[in-house]
Design a protein around this ligand. Structure first.
Ligand code: UTP
Length: 408
């Protein structure tokens, strides 16, 4: 356990002594907690600030995929394989709900947002309703694990409880909390949330399995006989979860992982694209892509790289166990970070003011030996809510929900 002197030494070495400015004003208990926080800082991450993330990449090629037309033809075959796995208890779902949802600007966890117009219909409720379709079809509940963060865990659990889990059997719901990482301003200086507390935020969606293991839930998965985990984002209200057809296509094809994708039609569209990189599954962000690659055409005239990921993946548990201790790349992400200034006054920035350190699930996809791109219809399955209005918003999601026959 760090003493004050240890903290001074390490902070000095890293040019961060400013965080002790208010130290002498703190209670003894607060001092202990603060020193613990300082001891846990991952200093190597700081070297990444200002570095060029998009360093050398490998050779890209088109990934294996099943497109809508093929899925339609083989629907019953895929569905039968998927349903069998679900009935045997081999499929679990993990809801990634640890994010801060800053773009939406809503005080409660994002899933507590009401998208209803004439009735209450919360984001969490939409997701549970979608999962219930599979529960009804398979005749059994799918174990659901919900990842929260230190910041929203209590509110998330309370919301589910208050709403009777939206009809989901509580025995099949478990929560776990992801790790936090500290945040810095644009010059790499640590920010304080309070006088005796570093500003922290959830460490990205890539550490979800490591956090499950830390919470001991890997044992729970194994005792249930789970072999496949479907992870999904909190904000896509139309997505199918533990979709038997998706699960079945991945299993039947002998893949280690599957990714739901939507078809990119405009070369300039801002989406992460699933590719193969030196023969391994890989996601290339739109800003990393050369114009040549973005516009490359297949023989039939369609875009060559056209499978946009929607944060709905299926992973083999066996492979997850194999890679869980691998080092994941840390990404530097610009965010709005509430903090206190030199005088101890609260600052709530309107614009991004610094960096967070995040692990991203797309790096986990790259650790898989094989991955199937499974195309879904954009109108039926892709309604992400990032903002209140405009692109990927509450407004656009409401339109899509209505198109899918959901009464708002
Ligand atoms: P986003 O990239 O949209 O981030 O997350 P966010 O934090 O929720 O929203 P903004 O950027 O602050 O507006 C995509 C998915 O990953 C989850 C989110 O909850 C969402 O389901 N996520 C993100 C986590 O579970 N943990 C994180 O640390 C970050």
């Amino acid at each position: 356990m760090y003493s004050k002197e240890d903290a001074i030494k390490v902070l000095k070495e890293n040019n961060q002594e400013h965080v002790l400015k208010f130290y002498d004003e703190l209670s003894e208990e607060n001092k202990t907690d603060f020193l613990k926080q300082i001891e846990n800082i991952n200093w190597p991450d700081f070297k990444l600030i200002g570095g060029n993330e998009s360093a050398a990449r490998g050779e890209f090629s088109v990934p294996p995929a099943v497109e809508l037309s093929e899925i339609e033809k083989r629907h019953d075959e895929f569905q039968a394989v998927g349903l069998e796995a679900i009935k045997k208890g081999e499929v679990a779902a993990v809801l990634l709900a640890g994010g801060m949802g800053t773009r939406l600007g809503f005080d409660l966890p994002k899933g507590c947002f009401n998208v209803g117009e004439t009735r209450e219909l919360y984001i969490f409720q939409c997701l549970i309703n979608n999962l219930m379709d599979v529960v009804k079809q398979a005749g059994c509940f799918v174990p659901l694990y919900i990842m929260t963060s230190e910041k929203n865990d209590r509110a998330t659990r309370a919301f589910f409880e208050e709403h009777d889990n939206f009809g989901y059997n509580s025995e099949y719901i478990k929560y776990f909390i992801q790790d936090m990482a500290c945040a810095v301003d644009y010059s790499g200086k640590l920010l304080l949330e309070e006088k005796g507390r570093l500003a922290t935020s959830p460490n990205g969606n890539g550490g979800w399995y490591a956090s499950m293991v830390k919470a001991g839930l890997d044992k729970d998965l194994k005792s249930k006989g789970v072999k496949w985990i479907n992870i999904f984002a909190v904000d896509n209200v139309c997505q199918r979860i533990a979709d038997p057809v998706f699960v079945g296509a991945t299993i039947a094809g002998g893949f280690q992982a599957g990714s739901k994708v939507v078809r990119k039609v405009d070369p300039k569209e801002k989406m992460g694209l699933l590719c193969l990189e030196d023969g391994k599954p890989s996601i290339v962000e739109y800003y990393e892509m050369s114009d040549e690659m973005a516009e490359a055409k297949a023989e039939d005239g369609s875009l060559l790289y056209k499978y946009g990921v929607i944060l709905n993946y299926l992973f083999s548990l066996e492979k997850l166990d194999e890679i869980v201790n691998n080092n994941m790349m840390v990404h530097i992400v610009e965010k709005k970070i509430p903090h206190i200034d030199d005088e101890g006054n609260q600052v709530s920035p309107e614009e991004p003011n610094g960096y967070k350190f995040e692990l991203l699930v797309l790096d986990m996809v790259h650790m898989m030996d094989s991955n199937l791109a499974f195309e879904v219809d954009r109108v039926r399955e892709f309604a992400p809510i990032k903002n209140l209005h405009g692109v990927d918003s509450v407004d656009s999601a409401r339109e899509l929900l209505k198109k899918n026959g959901v009464v708002l």
